[in-house]
Design a protein around this ligand. Structure first.
Ligand code: BGC
Length: 421
């Protein structure tokens, strides 16, 4: 994904036509690119915006709609190529290293030291925020991906039990369908399909096998019977999806669960934000349970903001203030309570958080102890953007070909990953 950009940067640096630093306005403004545009996401953004404005820094909103940030990343690249990146951008996982290696990002060590980030952020997360030992981004939250969201009313009417295994999941899905209720909410977008697939893969491979497949890229694991079975389970889900062809957004799919138009959805807990916004009683009206076979594991997606190099001292101050605000206890609590995620700082008490966030926090802490927290592939936490793109392609093509062979898909996955890595 960044290959094209890398080529361009070489030309840019050699010709020294444009400076890498951004062209900035004289006032205390901070322009922030993000992709948080659903109802709950936008409400959570308001918290950061308001806290910045209270400090006299104008938040210039640069929101690019599109779940998981695919469109936002495209827009960011074109802004960066034209020598005019925003002050800050939502960039996650290994992509931070790609941007830092191109010389775009600024050093946040001063703020990090003052706020003791090294001590307050789990090491697992901290490592992605640093480039050659220096902070280049500030994390804001931890989302859990391997959730199954349940509409309790439909389950009650269909006399369905909460599934703990895949066998139970398909029995329940069939029961709900036979009772005349729509079963599974899902938008047919590559990242949404891969979000489901990675949870299934984790249930089949375990945390160790998941890492061997998606981080170490071991061919024998990528084509293992467990991986083949993961594709088979994904395929088996398709007939239960309410609109399998529909490229609807994730929050439209979540709205189906809210409005009794679907009994279940498999997606990260940004969906929790939408449920909370709709005043659902979490743990009662809507239940959150781990995806079958993943109760002891935690797939994480951490949202973080990278800061771009700027030249105006005022802009730099505003940027440092943003980093400081994001990591403040007040923002960590207020933002995450709306977003459905948990604070990235381990010293924040979850007072007033909903039942599903509390469950997430417990699961995260447990998974750290048992070495079973793994990074999300679909959300850019596990691998480079090139390999991520290759995985999204294989999974989506497979899903959109209902009679495709799971075994062939696993071989394609292995070849695609090896070619991209
Ligand atoms: C991000 C979430 C966001 C979701 C849907 C994920 O990649 O981590 O913050 O709500 O995408 O856009």
């Amino acid at each position: 994904m960044i290959a094209q950009l890398r080529g361009f940067i070489v030309v840019l640096v050699l010709s020294t036509v444009w400076p890498i630093s951004a062209i900035s306005a004289p006032s205390q403004d901070v322009e922030v690119l993000h992709w948080w545009t659903s109802g709950s996401e936008a409400k959570a953004v308001q918290v950061i915006k308001q806290m910045m404005e209270n400090q006299g820094v104008h938040w210039q909103d640069f929101a690019v709609p599109g779940g998981a940030g695919e469109s936002a990343m495209t827009v960011l690249k074109s802004r960066a190529i034209s020598g005019n990146p925003p002050a800050a951008a939502q960039i996650k996982g290994p992509a931070l290293q790609e941007w830092a290696s191109l010389g775009f990002l600024t050093n946040l060590d001063g703020v990090a030291k003052a706020q003791l980030w090294d001590q307050r952020i789990p090491a697992l997360i901290n490592k992605d925020m640093k480039y050659h030992g220096h902070y280049v981004a500030v994390p804001v939250n931890i989302h859990r991906i391997n959730w199954l969201w349940i509409n309790s009313a439909i389950f009650a009417k269909a006399h369905a039990e909460i599934p703990k295994t895949w066998e139970q999941f398909f029995t329940v899905a069939e029961k709900i369908k036979q009772a005349g209720y729509p079963v599974l909410a899902q938008g047919n977008q590559d990242w949404q399909t891969t979000t489901v697939f990675e949870s299934i893969a984790l249930s089949q491979l375990g945390a160790k096998g998941y890492r061997q497949a998606f981080i170490e890229h071991l061919p024998q694991v990528l084509t293992s019977p467990a991986m083949v079975h993961s594709f088979a389970l994904l395929q088996k889900m398709r007939p239960y999806i309410v609109h399998p062809e529909n490229h609807q957004s994730w929050n439209r799919a979540t709205a189906e669960v809210i409005h009794n138009q679907a009994a279940m959805q498999i997606i990260g807990d940004w969906a929790n934000g939408e449920f909370l916004l709709a005043h659902e009683k979490m743990g009662k009206d809507i239940r959150c349970v781990p995806v079958p076979g993943t109760a002891h594991q935690f797939i994480y997606s951490v949202d973080s903001f990278a800061m771009f190099q700027l030249s105006e001292p005022n802009d730099i101050k505003a940027q440092q203030r943003l980093a400081h605000t994001i990591m403040s206890p007040e923002l960590q609590a207020r933002f995450n309570k709306i977003k459905g995620s948990i604070p990235v700082r381990s010293d924040i008490k979850l007072t007033g958080f909903d039942a599903c966030s509390l469950k997430s926090e417990r699961a995260f802490k447990r998974s750290l102890k048992t070495h079973s927290a793994v990074p999300s592939v679909a959300h850019g936490m596990a691998t480079t953007s090139y390999v991520q793109g290759a995985i999204l392609d294989v999974v989506t093509n497979f899903f959109n070909t209902p009679d495709a062979s799971p075994k062939e898909a696993s071989e394609k996955l292995m070849r695609a990953i090896l070619a991209a890595s």
